[in-house]
Design a protein around this ligand. Structure first.
Ligand code: IMP
Length: 196
């Protein structure tokens, strides 16, 4: 497709760009890293929405090129833990394995194991004006032990509602279709395609 809409993503992770472009392959949209290495947002928001906005605005501020800037913030919210680890999901412990172990040990006495993943997306223009937001959620429960080898983060202990497999047991395509990030992104792509 010619003349793709180029969107700079508030991340310094090239893997994220690859993943987004894979999900967006049927859209007239191309995602790219910020042109500057000075992308260093202070993620001090109190909600996923606020942190996504902080990262999108920081990408707009530091990039010398680009018209549109997108960022996401996501995490796992567990009912028994009053929504934790929530916006602190990435910092709950120092490694993915330790984060899972900490979660399972905090859940030892839990009868209610319900949880959900959230992904907030925020799209801004070069001046930092918010153009559009999307939020995706996927519901499920926390497993008693890890299962599956796919995905990342908390995927091996998150059993997807009505599917009864952990997120780590799904194929990449299956996860992209039903995940919080997949849903939020596909709605954002539809908006971008028709409104920009
Ligand atoms: P980020 O905002 O995309 O950097 O995600 C924050 C943290 O939430 C990640 O480091 C993971 O620990 C957790 N997380 C977010 N999305 C997922 C997911 O799809 N699977 C498993 N863990 C996730």
């Amino acid at each position: 497709m010619e003349n793709k809409i180029k969107i700079v993503v508030g991340t310094s992770n090239p893997h994220k760009i690859k993943e987004l472009n894979e999900i967006a392959k049927d859209y007239n949209v191309e995602f790219m890293l910020p042109s500057s290495e000075n992308f260093d947002p202070v993620e001090n928001g109190e909600t996923f929405e606020q942190n996504a906005e902080i990262k999108a605005k920081e990408a707009a501020r530091v990039s010398s090129t680009g018209e549109f800037f997108l960022a996401d913030d996501s995490g796992l919210c567990v009912n028994f833990l009053n929504g934790a680890p929530g916006i602190h999901s990435a910092r709950y412990e120092t490694t993915p394995e330790k984060r899972i172990q900490k979660l399972l040990s905090n859940m030892e006495k839990a009868e209610n194991r319900e949880a959900h993943f959230v992904c907030a997306l925020c799209l801004v223009d070069k001046s930092g004006k918010i153009l559009h937001r999307e939020e995706g959620k996927v519901y499920g429960k926390i497993a008693l032990e890890p299962k599956g080898k796919g995905g990342f983060g908390y995927d091996p202990v998150f059993i997807v509602k009505n599917i009864n497999k952990t997120m780590a047991e799904l194929t990449e395509d299956e996860k992209n279709t039903l995940s919080h990030r997949g849903q939020a992104l596909s709605n954002m792509l539809k908006w971008v395609q028709t409104k920009l």
